[in-house]
Design a protein around this ligand. Structure first.
Ligand code: SAT
Ligand code: MN
Length: 583
């Protein structure tokens, strides 16, 4: 019998022997199966129904209060060699990791069901797509994965009898933070996640597979797995121009990907959403780089989302969506800080307790999980097997000072340096302190599955494959004035920056050269109807050379950690920047 088993069946059987579930339920996909899963989850109080008249098919989930964000200090890359994980990752020897986690997983699914979820990420029938199988004892995870990936026979068929799939074992265990590990085995293409039910820790298709494991695969096979949104900018008389943007978690990727500005829309200018979190990219035969969104849903931050900041997100989450750790009003409508100006009366907070106005009602990292099919701005090119051609890459973060609203790198190599030296204030998406500036190259610091020195070299090598590489830009919506107020209005107004970038790529917009790159002349940006003083605009575009000299020192300190794995080109760029700043 066993020699007739496929590698997938064999692995599932081994994992079941280890974890001892009462039963194994294979998911095949389809609405009926999804509905059944939800029914069971409701019966087990994993979900509660929200107001079904207002929000049909929408469910509320409370996570364990100790389990509300990614736990980077408990996330490990278990490559054979420590140097391959690099100073950017926690490393554990693979043998040691298996030895440490095996006793935790042993019998951990006793009395529980193991769901076997074969999943496909990316368009079907596409050279970009990848398959995996997650084994989980969490119904929340199973339902979430059905929204975020293509679960079922479509994936099973693609896996067939090959061993070319990512295997992810996930158990909630007892949710004890002392026994919580997210371990990646890049050489075996495996993930073991124990003790957390939180999105980024538990939906193994997402950060664990589509970024950490896929980045290693991409390095080996010559493509890219990036923490990027993908959008299409439509303008009358032009082909839609596609851009991919890397911002750290909770820095506005979903908002930019779904940008809506009715005044511009009336002139035929609008943004189409291809993806809001992850991009897989390949250089095509024509020498251009193409991107797909491997996901089929959004796992977005709820706080701050409303009909002004992101109407497309609001429309995306009004049916068949999951809400995690939000507050709920007596009508069973969800609420979070920033949804409306005044909170409704008699809210229950994110722990399910009556809210007395103390502390946030919704957790700052509360989330919605919604199918991309719901999104009014979903691009017609989403799910295109060949992907969309990218004309510009954007890097950005939260910087109260320093980084101007937008600037363009001098060329690809300088752009890689700009991405590599990115920094951002931390957010509630990870459990460490929020609001601290940290280096976060390409917004991949928590997600690059290998040594980032090699990752920078990989970026440089991809550039060398293209005849006419995309422009690379840096944006910062988060600059603040002396009073701590954001200067730039952001959200829908960010379209003005996208338009300048598009013009720039078409050689139509002027910029002036500064030591850090090309900064727009305010006269070259469409600022019609924007309530912003000339001084404020100048402030937004200032390059404070003194502050940049200090920044350059900070960059080098970070880069030195990579020792001889740091490409010479990054050092050259750093020296060139310092020389330009000294002039
Ligand atoms: O929890 S996730 O990792 O999926 C969200 C994020 O932190 O980007
Ligand atoms: Mn993300």
């Amino acid at each position: 019998m066993s020699d007739k088993q496929t590698p997938l069946q064999k692995w599932v059987e081994e994992m079941a022997q280890l974890t001892e579930p009462d039963q194994i339920v294979w998911l095949h996909g389809g609405q009926e199966e999804y509905d059944h899963l939800v029914e069971e989850a409701l019966a087990e109080d994993v979900f509660e129904k929200l107001n079904q008249d207002h929000l049909p098919g929408c469910l509320l989930h409370y996570s364990n209060p100790n389990d509300v964000a990614r736990t980077e200090h408990l996330t490990f890359i278990c490559s054979k060699e420590k140097e391959d994980a690099g100073p950017n990752n926690n490393w554990m020897d693979p043998g040691e990791a298996r030895a440490k986690l095996t006793p935790l997983f042993r019998g951990s699914m006793k009395g529980r069901t193991m769901f076997a979820l074969p999943y496909l990420m990316g368009p079907s029938q596409s050279p970009f797509s990848q398959v995996g199988c997650e084994l989980t004892d969490s119904r929340y995870v199973a339902v979430s994965m059905c929204i975020m990936t293509k679960v079922g026979d479509i994936a099973l068929k693609q896996i067939g009898d090959s061993s070319n799939f990512v295997g992810g074992l996930h158990s909630l265990g007892d949710l004890n933070p002392e026994r919580r590990y997210i371990a990646h085995f890049p050489e075996d293409r495996q993930i073991w996640s124990f003790g957390s039910g939180y999105g980024g820790n538990a939906l193994l298709g997402k950060k664990c597979h589509a970024l950490r494991i896929a980045s290693v695969q991409a390095r080996d096979e010559g493509w890219m797995a990036e923490h990027m949104l993908i959008l299409g900018l439509e303008r009358p008389g032009h082909e839609t121009m596609y851009m991919a943007a890397a911002f750290p978690s909770a820095c506005g990727k979903t908002n930019l990907a779904m940008l809506k500005n009715p005044e511009f829309e009336a002139q035929g200018i609008r943004v189409w959403t291809v993806g809001d979190d992850i991009a897989w990219l390949r250089v095509g035969e024509d020498g251009r780089i193409y991107a797909v969104n491997p996901e089929s849903g959004f796992f977005g931050v709820a706080p701050g989302t409303n009909y002004d900041t992101n109407p497309n997100a609001m429309e995306s989450i009004n049916k068949n969506s999951l809400y995690t750790n939000v507050a709920v009003d007596p009508e069973r409508d969800p609420w979070w800080e920033g949804k409306t100006n005044t909170p409704p009366a008699n809210l229950k907070n994110w722990k399910g307790d009556p809210w007395n106005g103390e502390g946030p009602a919704a957790h700052p990292n509360s989330r919605f999980t919604a199918p991309i099919a719901n999104c009014p701005s979903k691009s017609p090119e989403y799910d295109q097997p060949q992907g969309v051609p990218i004309s510009a890459f954007l890097f950005g973060g939260r910087r109260a000072r320093l980084a101007p609203l937008v600037y363009q790198a001098r060329d690809w190599k300088h752009g890689v340096f700009v991405g590599a030296s990115m920094a951002s204030e931390t957010t509630a998406a990870a459990t460490s302190a929020a609001g601290v500036v940290r280096r976060d190259p390409m917004a991949m610091l928590p997600f690059c599955g290998y040594n980032m020195g090699d990752y920078f070299a990989h970026w440089l090598s991809i550039g060398a494959k293209m005849n006419n590489p995309p422009g690379i830009f840096h944006v910062n919506w988060f600059r603040k004035d002396e009073n701590g107020k954001f200067i730039w209005p952001g959200y829908g107004e960010n379209i003005r920056v996208l338009l300048w970038i598009a013009d720039r790529m078409e050689g139509k917009a002027e910029a002036h050269e500064t030591p850090i790159g090309y900064v727009p002349e305010p006269s070259q940006m469409n600022l019609d109807g924007l309530d912003l003083s000339t001084e404020a605009m100048e402030d937004l575009l200032t390059v404070d050379e003194e502050a940049w000299r200090a920044e350059a020192d900070g960059m080098m300190e970070f880069f030195e950690k990579f020792g001889d794995r740091l490409p010479e080109e990054i050092r050259r760029q750093e020296e060139a920047l310092k020389a330009r700043l000294a002039e």
